[in-house]
Design a protein around this ligand. Structure first.
Ligand code: G4P
Ligand code: NA
Ligand code: NA
Length: 189
């Protein structure tokens, strides 16, 4: 998606540890005009898939999930990372390993909001090693829902989470794939 790539080149900052900061439009301040274009692009790509639910993960997934959901006219459901009184007792749970924090955390979704009649589109802001996405896929399976695929805003291609999923037959559509951040230079695939 050209508009997104231009924005990344203009406002993205490469930081130590191969981290791309995009907090001016995606991870802190939100550029709603751009997010709307991203939502429309996901709709264009998945329009024939009869999506019934968008599944994402807090925190950063919520904004892009909610914007995208408007174009599909379906609810967006976000997995929680912390225990919450707003969550039922009956939950699907999965363990996710975070490379950046070097520890496992649990994600949860209430059983009542996801079931075998659902056709699920996963949405997330970043895809790096793909562990968070694997957790969402696990929960989709537990619910016996149909996994249609994943829509990702920025994929870090050099961390291989996306290609591992594709090699397992999962459709992963990323709007920008970055193959290198070496020497502070952003190189797209
Ligand atoms: P993984 O999910 O792909 O396995 O990666 P990891 O656990 O290492 O990622 C930790 C967090 O950092 C994730 O968000 C992920 O989306 C984000 N992330 C990974 N690489 C980058 C990057 O280069 N730039 C930015 N901006 N984010 C990156 P999270 O902890 O779930 O955070 P949040 O959703 O609560 O904001
Ligand atoms: Na995220
Ligand atoms: Na994040």
């Amino acid at each position: 998606m050209e508009l997104l790539k231009e924005k990344i080149l203009k406002e993205g900052r490469v930081e130590e540890g191969n981290i791309l900061k995009v907090d001016s439009f995606l991870n802190h301040q939100l550029d709603i005009e751009l997010l709307n274009e991203i939502g429309k692009e996901f709709k264009k790509r998945f329009k024939n898939e009869n999506i019934t639910k968008i599944l994402t993960i807090e925190t950063s997934g919520i904004a892009i999930g909610a914007i995208t959901a408007q174009y599909f006219n379906v609810p967006v459901l976000f997995a929680r990372k912390t225990e919450s009184k707003n969550l039922d007792n009956e939950t699907y749970e999965s363990n996710v390993y975070s490379y950046t924090k070097e520890k496992n955390y649990k994600i949860r979704v209430a059983e009542r909001y996801l079931n075998e009649n659902d056709r699920v589109l996963l949405i997330d802001d970043f895809l790096a090693n793909g562990k968070a996405l694997l957790g969402l896929i696990d929960i989709t399976k537990q619910a016996k829902a149909t996994l249609v695929g994943a829509g990702i805003v920025i994929e870090k291609g050099f961390q291989h989470g996306g290609d591992n999923l594709r090699n397992n037959g999962i459709r992963v559509d990323s709007l920008a794939i970055i193959d290198s951040l070496e020497d502070g230079k952003i190189v797209f695939r």
